[in-house]
Design a protein around this ligand. Structure first.
Ligand code: HAM
Length: 423
């Protein structure tokens, strides 16, 4: 026997038993995003490598060690997208989405790729749903995005999530703070772990994000960003907090929240759950007012977030899902009645668009077909047998209640099912 070819480590299948939950998440999110005026964008999964290098940042973990990068047959350096924001910005500039005075609210969903160490809640191919708003500089849109995500948690039955907020200030104030951090951590160089030593000059803000318990007290004593923030960022952040207070959204200001991508400025936020272990962030984002201009567009303020679908699914596992079982299972006695069964099924689908019909295929005795009908979870079996057909009838039998088969004229079946199933 040939060897089985296995899937790629850190990349998973969503099986038919699991996809109803994925679909429920996707439909709920799409519905809410559309109700807030977001329109979907679909960008390629593959982009030029430099798009990510120049937006996420060369010194970030994502770019320096996690990207799936390859040269294609034309010699172009390409990367499987590790996130969706850079592609949206590229597409927006290229296609003229960011016209002056034209705010854009867009959303996307799809697979992202990062060569991280796989563990619970962390995969090499994972799915995000993201939202990005362009052309709106104020805290109002930051607050609206957070309200939108909070509405999604409610709709999915997810509670016990915590919103963490911070502001990174303007690029200038961030640069100033960077210098302060470099000198603080340099003074304590012997206490730095290997990761932090590497980050010291390349990306010192990321040291604040270290999860190493041995680094905790050093990080706690590090100078805060507060003293280096510019007035405009302080005012923006104050207004955002007051908008959230008025909307009744609790949050925790976390001055150590710096995010792992370089394009942010001003507001950053993360929704986390304590139920997921080490990978607790289910949704994260913030402002990136400089990115469109950085890629050669006009200056366009922007803010967005992305949520990790697998992590959300983990929290939703007890949420109520619609039952995907068929309503009716059509059994047919002989090969001769099979064509009648198929045409009856088509007729039912024409007349009752909400009806889920499974027609038995593959032959077998009535007994065997009824067994399959029962296992399918269908509420009713419809019997297309020779005797019934001779009289212009079909049989109808409840599979969930102890009742005899009833025969009724073929033409009345749709009406009867509609009545019984409330369709
Ligand atoms: P991110 O924090 O890198 O941000 O990812 C957002 C979310 O994607 C995370 O909070 C997590 O739920 C999920 N995620 C990330 N990596 C993995 C992984 N390896 N396995 C499973 N889930 C994962 C971004 O991607 C930004 N583009 C968000 C953004 C949009 N900022 C502004 N607009």
């Amino acid at each position: 026997m040939a060897d089985i070819i296995r899937g790629v480590r850190g990349m998973h299948d969503a099986l038919p038993e699991q996809t109803p939950q994925w679909q429920f998440l996707e439909e709920t999110a799409q519905d809410i995003l559309q109700r807030y005026g977001y329109r979907e964008i679909r960008t390629p999964i593959v982009e030029r490598t430099e798009l990510f290098e120049r937006s996420i940042g060369e010194t970030t973990d994502i770019v320096s060690k996690e990207m799936y990068t390859f040269e294609d047959r034309s010699g172009d350096r390409l990367t499987l997208r590790p996130e969706g924001t850079a592609g949206c910005v590229r597409a927006g500039i290229e296609t003229g989405l960011f016209a002056p005075g034209n705010a854009q609210r867009i959303w996307y969903k799809g697979p992202m790729f990062r060569h991280e160490k796989p563990q619970k809640g962390r995969f090499r191919q994972f799915y995000q749903i993201g939202a990005e708003a362009f052309g709106l500089p104020g805290p109002d849109i930051d607050a609206e995005l957070i309200l939108l995500s909070a509405r999604l948690w409610r709709a999915l039955g997810i509670n016990e999530v915590v919103l963490e907020l911070n502001t990174l200030g303007s690029n200038e104030s961030r640069q100033a703070y960077r210098q302060v951090l470099v000198s603080y951590f340099s003074d304590h160089a012997p206490q730095l772990d290997q990761d932090s030593r590497q980050r010291l000059h390349r990306n010192p803000l990321r040291i604040l994000d270290s999860k190493n318990p041995d680094m905790r007290s050093l990080i706690e004593d590090a100078p805060g960003m507060d003293d280096h923030l510019d007035q405009a960022s302080i005012a923006h952040f104050g207004q955002l907090k007051s908008l959230l207070d008025d909307a009744g959204i609790p949050y925790r200001v976390n001055p150590r929240l710096v995010r792992g991508l370089d394009y942010y400025n001003g507001t950053v936020f993360e929704w986390t759950s304590g139920k997921l272990g080490a990978q607790g962030a289910i949704c994260a984002g913030g402002r990136y007012d400089g990115l469109v201009e950085h890629f050669g567009g006009r200056p366009v303020p922007a803010v967005g977030f992305a949520m990790g679908m697998e992590r959300i699914l983990e929290l939703m596992s007890e949420a109520q899902l619609p039952d995907p079982s068929p309503h009716v299972y059509i059994v047919s006695g002989t090969p001769e009645t099979l064509n009648q069964a198929l045409s009856l099924a088509e007729d039912l689908r024409d007349r009752l668009p909400a009806l889920r019909v499974l027609t038995h295929c593959g032959g077998g005795s009535f007994r065997a077909q009824f067994k399959k009908a029962d296992r399918s979870g269908a509420a009713y079996a419809v019997i297309v047998g020779e005797e019934e057909l001779k009289a212009g009838n079909v049989g109808l039998k409840s599979l969930r209640q102890d009742a005899e088969q009833e025969n009724l004229p073929r033409d009345r079946l749709a009406e009867e099912l509609s009545h019984r199933l409330g369709l």
